[in-house]
Design a binder for this molecule. Structure first.
Ligand code: PLP
Length: 420
């Protein structure tokens, strides 16, 4: 076994595909201190001093992960409920804080989901496993966009349903499949904002297909909740949709800044999940203090502060997109000499596609040498040949931070991205 695994690891090294962790020494924020880890058998390299970096890698889009009001809410939650839930939700771990959080989430999504209830989870990965395994019985077909998040694919794999994948945004292909479907129930599954590309699913068109073919839609709004739509209600609000066919999953460790996740849907769907979703039933409930903190986070997201943060984030996205062509030395109308290009994203996820895995690693290293932390994302997380720098922006970045990123990218493109 050890020999086999060592061989596999060596292959990953040879293909520039070995993943490495960094240890963050400070709170999630643009300015961080990080240490190298893993090499030499230590959790933290004992010989390396922490370095200060300007980070463009978190999903803390609104900058709430280190917000003083939420730190205070967490302390208050711990004083009220202690630090652990002690059991799963169906035994004794379902606290008043969890129940109230679920009411708050349901109320927030009520303009979009009739007769809505919400169910809270410890992580988004678990929520997707729970949802797809509970709804995807042997009389159901699941249709997934090929760029959906891994947790949706894992959920579909674990489910007893027949699972199909359609090419990214291929509505015509999906329509053909739905027309040919012979199972009584059909589930279309999509990221709301695609996590590695930043583009939006065409949810209105998907809903029209669902109505035509009597299907249901699971929208994973991990990257839209808190950021898109009125009061940060997410992608359903962005598109102004309302239907009982919509099932919305959202994560709470990204724009909400804390952790956990939820599924919001018609109350009958939620009742069924509580009865049957193994990934909900057989796991310890998240700490009640976390649920208590999330209620405070939702108040921030929905209030004036949330609006201000979303507005500032929008300005940063605009500045990055408009400044990048000049930084990469692009002549108007022509592609960059390096071949690097942004995706068609208007969200806080602004991936810069560079191509090969080794090139993406070299680009990330060139940025790190200038004190910037931007992760290189490589296959199998993204398709072969589309390795990228996944730049993410947060409302706690400043315009000056984006200017620094643009200047560093200009240097990285000249070194790591120079054509042979
Ligand atoms: C689209 C999407 N869905 C689900 C998840 C899983 O959520 P969590 O990190 O809370 O497990 C993530 C990210 O991690 C994601 O990007």
């Amino acid at each position: 076994m050890l020999k086999h695994l060592a061989q596999q690891l060596a292959e990953r090294d040879a293909q520039a595909m070995r993943r490495r962790r960094r240890v963050t020494e400070t709170a999630c924020a643009p300015q961080q201190h990080i240490s190298p880890s893993d090499d030499g058998g230590h959790a933290i390299d004992p010989d390396a001093a922490p370095r200060e970096v300007l980070a463009f890698c978190s999903n803390d889009y609104l900058g709430l992960a280190n917000h003083p009001a939420l730190i205070e809410a967490w302390a208050e939650g711990a004083r009220l409920y202690g630090v652990g839930s002690g059991a799963s939700h169906l035994i004794s771990g379902h606290s008043r804080a969890h129940a109230l959080l679920e009411d708050d989430l349901a109320e927030m999504l009520s303009p979009h989901l009739p007769e809505v209830r919400a169910l809270s989870f410890g992580t988004g990965y678990l929520a997707n496993l729970a949802l797809l395994t509970a709804l995807g019985d042997e009389h159901t077909s699941i249709y997934s966009d090929v760029l959906n998040h891994a947790s949706l694919f894992d959920g579909a794999r674990l489910a007893k349903a027949s699972a199909y994948t359609y090419p990214h945004h291929d509505l015509a292909g999906l329509e053909r499949r739905l027309a040919a479907c012979r199972t009584p129930r059909k589930l279309i599954v999509t990221d709301g904002v695609f996590s590695m590309d930043g583009d939006l699913a065409r949810v209105p068109e998907l809903l029209a297909l669902a109505e035509r073919f009597d299907a249901w839609i699971v929208v994973d709004d991990a990257h839209g909740f808190g950021v898109l739509g009125e009061q940060g209600r997410g992608v359903l609000s962005h598109f102004g949709l309302r239907s009982e066919r919509l099932i919305c999953m959202g994560t709470l460790g990204k724009a909400a800044g804390v952790g956990g996740a939820f599924v919001a849907a018609h109350r009958t769907v939620i009742d069924w999940l509580v009865q049957s979703a193994r990934a909900y039933i057989y796991t310890t409930a998240a700490p009640p203090a976390m649920a208590h903190t999330l209620r405070a986070s939702l108040r921030l997201i929905r209030g004036a502060e949330g609006d201000r943060r979303r507005q500032h984030l929008g300005e940063l996205i605009g500045a990055l997109r408009s400044g990048l062509p000049a930084a990469l030395g692009v002549v108007p109308g022509a592609p960059a000499a390096s071949g690097w290009h942004l995706t068609d994203s208007l969200t806080a996820i602004q991936p810069l596609i560079v191509g090969g895995s080794a090139e993406a690693l070299a680009a990330a290293a060139a940025l790190e040498a200038q004190g910037l932390w931007v992760p290189a994302i490589r296959p199998p997380t993204v398709p072969a040949g589309s390795a990228r720098l996944r730049i993410t922006l947060s409302a706690t970045h400043s315009a000056g931070d984006v200017n620094r990123l643009l200047a560093a990218l200009a240097v990285a493109a000249r070194t790591a991205g120079a054509p042979e």
